[in-house]
Write a protein that binds this ligand. Structure first.
Ligand SMILES: [Zn+2]
Length: 442
């Protein structure tokens, strides 16, 4: 009966005997009836063999697909025995049943868990013929368990780090009476990123000093001291945290975030001009300045098609403020393209002058910010770091958000980022044992 032993092994079962196998080739279903081996059943309290069997409890369990048979069900007879020494009855243990989700085997949970590292819970529920909410809960649990084994692989370069906040969602405020108020509060997640490898090392909810400190907690004190460059957004809470946490780091305001801020200033000008155009029945400006076109306006020249470029030229001739604002963004790019601090400063000086002349309030405000953090921007210029990989990562997180996990809770969003964009997955954490026995959560 070697054959049955092989099946037991392939299904990830232990200490059972197969009594029956029902196959439906048409429906690609298998039902395997198994009974716990009496010789392997022990009293939970004293660990002795049971004096006698009280009953056999039937459980139906989901098991991983077996070859072409996609739906595998285990009918499991579990022993409930009586121990004379302890004078009590107990259910014999079966390690291969998922302890938290007792309608599935550990093998099934791990197969599903690995799939959810790659695709949505809905997708997995369709592949494995199960409920998507159950899959979601399993994924959450698995990530929580794996978190206690999270370690950064030695191959990751930790001398260059970046802190990056992602908007999670805006949630309705609840007031004290529990009624939902109308105001929405934006919620953020702070990611600690290794830009060279494009991985999220760790993260935390919020975007304050506490959040970054929590995200940095994945690093050892020595690793923190070894950080040479730290790229951040212009955000005082982050900057002061890095100063205390990573004392040797060069704090650089990177291009990606700076351009983001420039685009924000530009968008303020666009909104003001759009409003004006509506009031003055200026149709050309109005059409071109509509919110959905703002991406054309902010694109760099080479990213535009010929017709888009033509329209843009027309608008720029027509609307002076927009023309100036675009010029200011382009000019800033020119400054940031500079390879050394000296030539950067030179271009920046004329940029300041242009801003003053423009009389565009959003840019004047932005220029004051740049003035304040000029040293940190220069640190970026001289470090010659690029943010290409980090930007790709940012897009990946955006896609993750859009894929509609319906993250109603930010903790699950944080973990999902670590799973998909970091090291909270079976490629970095060896979970082979999970197929047979699930570890206890910390
Ligand atoms: Zn006992």
């Amino acid at each position: 009966m070697d054959f049955k032993r092989h099946i037991i092994e392939m299904l990830g079962l232990q200490d059972v005997e197969i009594e029956d196998i029902k196959r439906s080739k048409k429906k690609l279903k298998i039902e395997v009836k198994v009974r716990q081996k009496r010789s392997e059943c022990f009293c939970r309290k004293c660990g002795q063999q049971y004096s006698h069997i009280k009953e056999w409890v039937l459980k139906e369990l989901l098991a991983p697909p077996l070859g072409i048979y996609q739906k595998v069900t285990i009918k499991f007879f579990q022993l409930r025995g009586y121990c004379e020494d302890c004078d009590r009855t107990s259910m014999a243990e079966a390690d291969w049943i998922q302890p938290k989700f007792d309608n599935m085997t550990c093998g099934f949970a791990e197969v599903a868990g690995r799939l959810m590292e790659e695709i949505t819970c809905e997708g997995v529920s369709r592949i494995l013929f199960t409920d998507s909410k159950l899959m979601w809960r399993l994924d959450q649990h698995r990530m929580e368990v794996m978190l206690q084994f999270l370690k950064l692989p030695p191959s990751v370069d930790l001398t260059y780090l970046a802190a990056d906040e992602v908007h999670f969602k805006s949630m309705k405020n609840k007031n004290r009476t529990g009624l939902v108020a109308k105001r929405y509060t934006p919620h953020f997640v702070t990611n600690l990123v290794a830009p060279k490898s494009g991985k999220v090392l760790f993260n935390a909810m919020g975007r304050d000093s506490k959040a970054l400190t929590a995200a940095l907690s994945i690093l050892s004190p020595g690793q923190k001291l070894a950080v040479e460059n730290f790229a951040v957004d212009i955000h005082e809470a982050f900057i002061s945290t890095i100063k205390t946490e990573c004392k040797n780091a060069n704090i650089c305001i990177d291009r990606f975030h700076l351009v983001q801020k420039a685009n924000e200033a530009f968008d303020k000008v666009r909104r003001a001009e759009f409003k004006k155009a509506k009031e003055n029945n200026d149709n050309l400006s109005r059409n071109m300045l509509e919110p959905h076109r703002r991406f054309i306006l902010m694109a760099r020249e080479k990213e535009l098609s010929k017709s888009e470029q033509k329209l843009l030229d027309k608008l720029r001739k027509h609307n002076e403020s927009i023309h100036t604002a675009m010029l200011l963004v382009e000019y800033l790019h020119k400054a940031l393209d500079k390879k050394n601090v000296k030539s950067f400063r030179k271009v920046l000086t004329s940029w300041y002058w242009l801003v003053r002349e423009s009389r565009l309030e959003p840019f004047k405000k932005f220029a004051r910010l740049i003035k304040r953090y000029r040293r940190n921007i220069e640190a970026y210029i001289s470090s010659r770091l690029t943010t290409a990989v980090a930007e790709g990562l940012n897009n990946k997180i955006k896609v993750l958000k859009r894929m509609g996990y319906g993250y109603s809770n930010p903790i699950s969003f944080c973990r999902k980022i670590l799973q998909r964009c970091g090291f909270l997955n079976h490629l970095s954490i060896n979970t082979d044992e999970f197929f047979f026995k699930w570890p206890n959560p910390a």
